[in-house]
Design a protein around this ligand. Structure first.
Ligand code: SF4
Ligand code: SF4
Length: 295
């Protein structure tokens, strides 16, 4: 018998007649095809199964989820994968605190070791009242754009803070603010994620130990005479700090003083002797207000 049999016409509409036997055959065929597909998917699923690493999942849960990339990985997922695989240490996330590092180390069955807290610091003190400008800048209010304007921006000093707050925009922790033309970091809020460091076109921001109390707030490599012509608080490379330091912790290179934090004892003699007061003497724990007072 034909599967489709036209038995008559209702007006011009053809009517189909299918026997029970044919319905049964069709159902059996569909069932068989379904079973074959099911078996195929089951085998393929087993073959291509990606095993979930329990350690990776647990490590990821402890990581802060900022995806800032300060650890050197693409984001928190990538770092969790690297830690679980033993390719990164338990304390690799600079945003997480030492308690979190210990928890991650617990998952990995290792010790997180001691991590020294670091915070971002802006190496410029050339606020609006301390620096001269070459011209008025009416361009886009963005440091990277202003830095490529003629003369490396409107300020007389081409090394200093441009003050348009590109660093402020990238900080997810409200830890950096521009006050009187200069960016300041609130060390209590800073998580050392380094996003501001990557953003500053003049490379003015660096991580310094949280407990260090003395910093050189200048980045100019100009000779003293040229520094003085544009900024009343810049480093003039006079070596007074070098002579004052009993611990060999200050060096002047390319007309700029730099403190070796590993040698610095915070005795304060360099700050005392500095004629331009470019060395910031800050007690641990003081935050943005203290920095602002010093300007
Ligand atoms: S100031 Fe903000 S962006 Fe810069 S390191 Fe600190 S938390 Fe990160
Ligand atoms: S520190 Fe750098 S990014 Fe921040 S305001 Fe100054 S120039 Fe701009």
């Amino acid at each position: 018998m034909n599967l489709l049999e036209i038995v008559g016409n209702l007006g011009n509409v053809p009517v189909l007649s299918v026997s029970f036997q044919e319905v049964g055959i069709a159902a059996a065929l569909i069932g068989a095809v379904g079973a074959v597909i099911g078996i195929f998917l089951g085998v393929a699923g087993k073959k291509f199964e990606v095993e979930v690493d329990e350690k990776e999942v647990q490590v990821r849960e402890f990581l802060p989820g900022n995806n800032c990339g300060a650890c050197g990985y693409a984001g928190c997922d990538s770092l969790a994968q690297a830690i679980a695989a033993g390719q990164a240490p338990a304390n690799a996330c600079p945003v997480a605190n030492s308690a979190v590092h210990d928890q991650i180390a617990g998952v990995m069955g290792t010790s997180a070791g001691k991590t020294e807290k670091k915070v971002a610091f802006v190496k410029c003190a050339g606020s609006c009242d301390k620096t001269k400008v070459k011209y008025n800048y009416y361009g886009i209010q963005d440091c990277k754009k202003a830095a490529v304007a003629p003369g490396k921006g409107p300020k007389q000093c081409g090394y200093g803070c441009l003050g348009y707050g590109s660093c402020v925009k990238v900080c997810q922790f409200d830890a950096i603010h521009v006050i009187n033309g200069i960016a300041y970091v609130d060390k209590e809020k800073c998580t050392s994620c380094s996003m501001c460091i990557a953003e500053c076109p003049n490379n003015l921001i660096e991580l310094v130990p949280y407990n260090t109390g003395h910093f050189v707030r200048c980045s100019s490599n100009d000779k003293g005479k040229d520094v003085k012509a544009g900024c009343s608080i810049g480093c003039i490379g006079c070596m007074m700090c070098v002579k004052a330091c009993e611990f060999d912790a200050v060096k002047v290179t390319d007309n700029l003083a730099k403190i070796d934090y590993s040698k610095c004892t915070n005795c304060g003699k360099c700050a005392e002797k500095c004629p331009t007061k470019v060395i910031l003497s800050e007690l641990a724990g003081n935050a943005i207000k203290e920095q602002t007072k010093a300007v």
